[in-house]
Design a protein around this ligand. Structure first.
Ligand SMILES: *[C@@H]1O[C@H](CO)[C@@H](O)[C@H](O)[C@H]1NC(C)=O
Length: 394
């Protein structure tokens, strides 16, 4: 009797699981219409979908206005956010009520974001009033898309455009794949980092196409196991680990791989940056391989005196220890003569740095590229253009 009952119960649950798989929650059914504000409709559709396992929120083709939304889990099971249309953020920062995001996915397991649609952050007005370059603590501006504590999830085939601040921010996430995302903003738009990852692990970024006004990808403290593969970057400030050491209690960074990417007309190529006068910290097991540089200003860079706009105290060196770093098979053109700069801290010199098969040609007239090594003795092999450590200080 007990056994039969449990079989019936299980069959019923299975049936429920099957019939609800792929259940669609279209914002249209919640009053969402093109060219109108769908904040309420999306909030309702999400809530309903989240209460069902294997559901899908759909925003079909068309342009929609959307205010600040938090798409909150945990949900009953896997959930898909399928954006086919274009979402437009409010232009005015005041309408964000001090929130640091526009669209936030929070505390969700098994999320898929897909559909080929666009998150248009309408950042032009906010960029004009951005004071982050002048002030150490600037006013918080909204990030286009936040992923906070999202696990075992996929973000694929979406576009983020003209964010007021970072485009995509990944925080506290585990096992997240980001595939085929396109990110665009003007080269002079301030702080519009493409993808920023912090305090997360097992993150992969593949086939991303990022052109923006700040770092294409930046990796902050407490991050382990990130692979960026086939990323196209430019304009922008390049692919960065850091900045690290700005704040107290930062956690180590490790297990970072940047492979098979192309950077064009960027301010930097691949770099690791830490602030001077920092608390102790560490970054290790970081590898950059098979990368093409086209007219890049600082193709290979370790900068342990990172101090943009002289916002920091230069009194003591950085205490963030950098070790186990490799730069392998990095080729193309540099827009400055000093194509490789490894400027490590004299308080904690860099350890286990490998430089192999580098061929960076100066794009300007007259002369070949040079390199600088400070507080680092790299192990070099293969082609070395520029010759390793043409200028050194230890
Ligand atoms: C150094 O890097 C290699 C290559 O990725 C990795 O296998 C090794 O675990 C790293 N060691 C440390 C101490 O980070």
């Amino acid at each position: 009797m007990g056994k039969n009952l449990s079989i019936v119960t299980i069959s019923f649950l299975l049936l429920l699981a099957f019939t609800s798989a792929g259940q669609v929650f279209d914002v249209k059914s919640y009053g969402g219409k093109p060219n109108a504000d769908i904040t309420q409709a999306l909030t309702k559709a999400w809530k309903a979908a989240c209460a069902v396992a294997g559901s899908k929120v759909v925003i079909s083709a068309g342009t929609y206005k959307l205010g600040v939304v938090t798409l909150l889990g945990p949900c009953k099971g896997a959930i898909e956010f399928n954006l086919q249309g274009t979402l437009q953020a409010p232009s005015n920062v005041a309408s964000f009520n001090g929130k640091d995001f526009w669209v936030s996915f929070q505390r969700i397991d098994s999320l898929t974001v897909s559909g080929g649609g666009v998150f248009d952050g309408k950042g032009q007005m906010a960029w004009q009033n951005n004071n982050c370059a002048k002030k150490y603590s600037c006013k918080t501006l909204p990030i286009n898309i936040r992923f906070d504590f999202v696990t075992n999830s996929i973000v694929r085939n979406i576009k983020s455009k003209d964010s007021k601040f970072f485009h995509i921010n990944v925080m506290g996430c585990k096992n997240l794949q980001i595939q085929h995302v396109t990110i665009t903003a003007p080269g002079d738009s301030p702080n519009t980092d493409g993808i920023h990852i912090g305090r997360s692990s097992k993150i992969t970024i593949t086939n991303a196409n990022i052109g923006t006004g700040d770092d294409c990808i930046s990796i902050g403290d407490g991050t382990q196991d990130v692979t960026a593969n086939q990323v196209t970057c430019g304009p922008g400030h390049g692919i960065s680990i850091g900045s690290l050491g700005r704040y107290q209690n930062e956690q180590p960074v490790s297990g970072i791989r940047v492979i098979g990417s192309t950077l064009s007309n960027t301010q930097n190529g691949v770099r690791i940056k830490t602030w001077p006068s920092s608390p102790p910290g560490s970054a290790f097991d970081m590898h950059f391989e098979n990368i093409i540089m086209n007219n890049v200003a600082n193709p290979i860079l370790i900068d342990q005196g990172y101090c943009p706009n002289s916002q920091c105290s230069n009194k003591s060196p950085s205490k963030v220890k950098i070790s186990n770093v490799s730069f392998k098979n990095i080729r193309g053109t540099s827009s400055t003569k000093e194509a490789m700069k490894l400027i490590c801290s004299n308080s904690v010199p860099c350890q286990q740095v490998v430089v192999a098969d580098i061929d960076l040609v100066y794009k300007g007239a007259g002369g070949s590229t040079t390199s600088t090594c400070v507080n680092v003795k790299p192990t070099v092999s293969g082609k070395q253009n520029p010759p390793a450590c043409t200028r050194k200080q230890y």
